[in-house]
Design a protein around this ligand. Structure first.
Ligand SMILES: [Zn+2]
Length: 430
């Protein structure tokens, strides 16, 4: 279809809006000390790939504590060698309601904080050690074909961890790391919503001037704004009974769950941007037993804080109402857990400054970085919401996260490490 004049106008308004954020800043050319950083990194692709292959082949699904701990130990050793003091921030057990016999409590591994003091602006670099792939996932191994690499976490975000580490190594090699004030926070529970690490992220945000998150940069686009995220888990308890002999005496938890799911799904409103997804359900005991218990897991996305709290209020009303039987006999009850785990990330003049500076440095390095918004949250949403200007797509470029199609662009490892090394150097000098 040929675009109308009107749609062309809309398209140009859209791109002008993007470029208004993206092209304001001009950065001075790279100086000799920065060229030293970038030329050292140009020689590091093989080492970066070796490290990425090694850590990708260690399963670190969020619930695989041993694997997450192994990764934490590798990065602690590397960062200690660069002069960082390492401390451990304890994980914890997050308790969830569940049907008898199923256990949804989450045992979160410890998190790592590496820090060094110095002068200038204080930088907080963030990355997560966990992936969404459990140890029994068929997707476990790193592989490479030309400029494409495959594997669980190659872009989300083990590639980003390698980028972060090598940017710091480059500064160290050039003798430029010693005087800088930098902390590196590596959490183990990002993929389940940073439920345990949130407090540490917020604490550290308050003690720093700039936040840098090493999530994947997608197709070379840096993310400016993000939706808020929430999650809920609820369990309906009913009353078991024989499906033939005493049907009328039962109270089916599955039937009630089904009614609740319809109510919950109806909260989605594409016009306001609020979406809910009942992503997992389970329940019941046998075909011929009225189900005594059923449970569900909900995902919530919202552009503004108030919409998040409104949605939670609606959840609570739905959890507290019995829909499936005309008379509420008190035999159907609901237990629930809700958490608005990621506030919406709203751009501020300071975060736009950081974004524009990064894009301008990218231009000096011959990297064309675009800008986009996202429906997905990161730890940058947490730190920015408590006042730390945060940029959160500084990791390697890649696509297909959270699927067995996850892949990354090999050459982006060195590109992004160069971008970060120069960005760190300039930010720290402010
Ligand atoms: Zn991630």
């Amino acid at each position: 279809m040929k675009p109308s004049k009107y749609s062309l106008l809309l398209i140009s308004v859209f791109f002008c809006t993007l470029s208004a954020h993206a092209q304001d800043t001009v950065e001075p050319s790279l100086d000799s000390e920065e060229l030293e950083l970038t030329s050292w990194l140009d020689s590091q692709e093989d080492n970066m790939l070796d490290m990425l292959e090694r850590i990708t082949n260690i399963n670190s699904g969020s619930l695989n504590k041993a694997g997450v701990d192994e990764l934490a130990s590798i990065f602690s050793t590397e960062l200690r060698q660069l002069g960082f003091a390492i401390s451990t921030m304890p994980g914890e057990v997050i308790e969830m309601p569940s049907c008898p016999g199923s256990d949804y409590n989450i045992d979160v591994a410890d998190h790592v904080l590496a820090s060094k003091s110095g002068s200038g602006s204080r930088l907080l670099m963030m990355g997560h050690l966990d992936t969404v792939f459990p140890p029994d996932s068929p997707f476990q191994e790193f592989s490479r074909e030309g400029d494409t690499m495959y594997g669980p976490g190659v872009s989300d975000m083990k590639g980003g961890l390698v980028v972060m580490l090598y940017a710091l190594k480059a500064l160290n090699e050039a003798g430029q790391l010693r005087d800088k004030s930098i902390s590196v926070l590596l959490n183990s529970d990002e993929e389940i919503g940073s439920l345990s690490s949130r407090k540490y992220l917020e604490e550290q945000a308050a003690a720093h001037d700039w936040g840098l998150v090493y999530e994947s940069s997608g197709n070379n686009r840096l993310t400016r704004e993000r939706k808020g995220l929430g999650q809920a888990r609820f369990v309906v308890h009913g009353k078991a009974s024989h499906a033939g002999g005493a049907h009328e005496q039962g109270r089916s938890a599955i039937k009630e769950l089904a009614y609740k799911i319809v109510q919950i799904e109806n909260i989605t409103d594409y016009e306001t941007g609020v979406t809910v997804n009942v992503g997992v359900i389970s329940g019941g005991e046998a075909r011929n037993t009225i189900a005594p218990c059923a449970e569900a897991l909900i995902d919530l996305r919202y552009p503004e804080a108030e919409q998040g709290t409104d949605a939670v209020a609606q959840f609570e009303e739905i959890f507290g109402t019995v829909y499936s039987y005309p008379v509420d006999s008190g035999e159907l009850t609901t237990e629930s857990w809700t958490n608005l785990h990621r506030p919406a990330k709203i751009a501020t003049p300071e975060s736009d400054y950081l974004l524009n500076k990064t894009i301008a440095i990218g231009r000096l390095l011959g990297q064309e970085l675009g800008v986009g918004d996202s429906g997905g949250g990161t730890d940058g949403s947490l730190t920015q919401s408590v006042g730390l200007p945060t940029l959160d797509s500084l990791g390697s470029a890649g696509t297909g996260a959270h699927s067995n199609r996850e892949q990354g662009r090999v050459s982006s490892l060195v590109e992004r490490a160069k971008l970060s090394a120069v960005l760190i150097r300039r930010l720290a000098a402010e």
